[in-house]
Structure formats: structure tokens, C-alpha cells
Ligand binder design. Sequence first.
Ligand code: IPM
Ligand code: MG
Length: 335
Amino acid sequence: MKLAVIEGDGIGKEVIPVALEVLAAFELGIEKVPLELGYARWQRTGAALTAADLELIKECDAVLFGAITTIPDPNYKSILLTLRKELELYANIRPIKPLPGITGVTGRRDFDFVIVRENTEGLYSGLEELHEDLAYTRRVISRKGSERIAKAACELAKKRANKLTIVHKSNVIKADKLFLDVCRETAKTYGVEASDMLVDAMAYSLMTQPEKYDVVVTTNLYGDILSDMSGALVGSLGLLPSANLGEKYAFFEPVHGSAPDIAGQGIANPLAAILCVKMLLEWAGDARALLLDEAIAHVLQKKIITPDLGGTAKTADVGHAVVEYLRSRGTNLNV
Ligand code: IPM
Ligand code: MG
């Protein structure tokens, strides 16, 4: 496997090296292709992402991505969004479940759901204009885009509880009606039990009755917002990984951003990035992915945790503890 590695900016530079250490413990013989993209590179060279970078990335099978700070240039096009579009990573998969011993703001631990976020259209269409007194962004929902995300969600639902919740706002937004209809039709074809929720009611319900949900499919911006909110449910934004998947490429990225406020202090929580490694192993069909649950449970139980979880451990300490645990189970990591 050829893996493009994009640390990016801020805490991306701190958590991705830790994730790579963890990945190395699995001895997969991965060929790594490091790429320097982002704000720092833009400041130095004036280019945040070049056509040559894109070529290099497209020659890889997968990408491990940290975070990129938004570049303060009105003409800047988000690198992350460009990559999602260019690589046709239409499904953003965000598993939300509690980790051992960690409780979020609601105090609940009885949930386990996955947000399947449409990743290429919606309000992220890039079709927009900003004038002095008027600005607009076109919210694009296509049958093709809705169908492919609905299929991805149904395939996941089939492997889980065969239950799908479609999240939309079709009472006021016409485009959402198309999304809802296509998702319903697709669920029917797959024989998946589907229900739907308006996004505002869903935000409330996820905080009050999260146990009701299993696979949640939604449009781009709603998925973005609901997934950060779910970080509060789990206990920290530093605990959520995601996989951006398309037909050809897989792109793994912590849900959190570059967090300039804590960057450079070595205190960022690397667990989201480590859970990205777990998702990468799962995607590669490597059953040893499960060992990372054990390893993470071990460090949490030993309270080797970063300040966002109330601990004093450094980013690197958490990484070393995970790697040490994996090593203690033998180098071939037989399950
Ligand atoms: C995420 C991020 C991105 C998004 C930003 C950085 C463009 O918030 O991956 O959730 O909005 O999708
Ligand atoms: Mg987000």
C-alpha cells in the first residue's frame, strides 16, 4: 500500500507522527509518501496545493491527513475540500461511540452510531458569490450524489443493525426533499429500515436519546455540525476519527482541526489520529485493527491521557504507551 502522509498545520504536525508510530507497529510494509501541504507551506512558497501534489496523491491508495489551518486569502480554496472533490471521496464516515472510562457532557455511555456524511456537495458546492451587500452559496443536492451516499449508508447499515436515520430539513429546504426521497428509495431497495429526522430535532435527540441511532445519513454541512456535537457526547473532539471514502481512494482524518490555540505544546490528544489508523487497518481488511481498541482501553485505564480529558500526559506519551502495549502482545500481533 502506498500511503500519502499529510501532517498539515498546528496539531496535525503533532498527532500524525504519533499515528505513524502506531501504524509502524503493525509492520505492514507501507510505502509512505510525505507531502507538505497547508498554511505553513503557503506562507513559504505561496502555493498551498499544486497540481504536482495532486498527482502524487493520486498515485497513492490512501491518505493519512492531520489538519490544515485555513489560509487567510480570499481566493483560497480549502485544501481539504479540494482533495475530497478531486479524489471523489463522497462518503465521510464518522463513528461515534464511547471509549472505556470516558464520559462526555451528557454522562451517557449507551450509544454507538455512525454519521455517514455526504462529502462532495450540499453547501460545500463552492458555487458562491460574495459581494459587499449580498452573498450566496448554492446548496447542491443531486440524485447521483444522494444515491451514492445512501448506498454507502445502507451497506453499512446491513453490517450493523439494518437501521437508517435520514437527517434533513425538507420542511423548509427544497433540495433536502430530493435527498430524503432518494435515501428512502435506496433504503427500500436494500431492505433497510429507514426513518427520518429534521436536523434541528436530531441535534437535540442525539444529545438526549443517542441510544436510538445506528447509521445516520445526512448532507454535508449537517454532518459536519452533528459530528462536532457528537464529540461532546463522547467526551472530546480529540477522540473522533473519520474516513473519507470513494471508489478509488481512502482518506483518513481526525474530525478535529489544527487547533492553533494549543499547537506546539505537545498536549494534543492523539487518540483521534490513532483511531484513524484503526479505520485504515479496517479498510485494508486487517483484523488486527481490533487490537487498537485494546491498546486505547489500556492507556485510558492507566490514565495516560492528555489535558482535554483531564490528564497531564503529552501527545507523545499516549503514543508511546499505545505502541508499548502493542509490542507487549508480540510483534506479529496475533489476535
Ligand atoms: C471537518 C472539517 C472540515 C469540514 C473543514 C476544515 C473544511 O470541519 O472535516 O469536519 O467542514 O468538513
Ligand atoms: Mg468539521
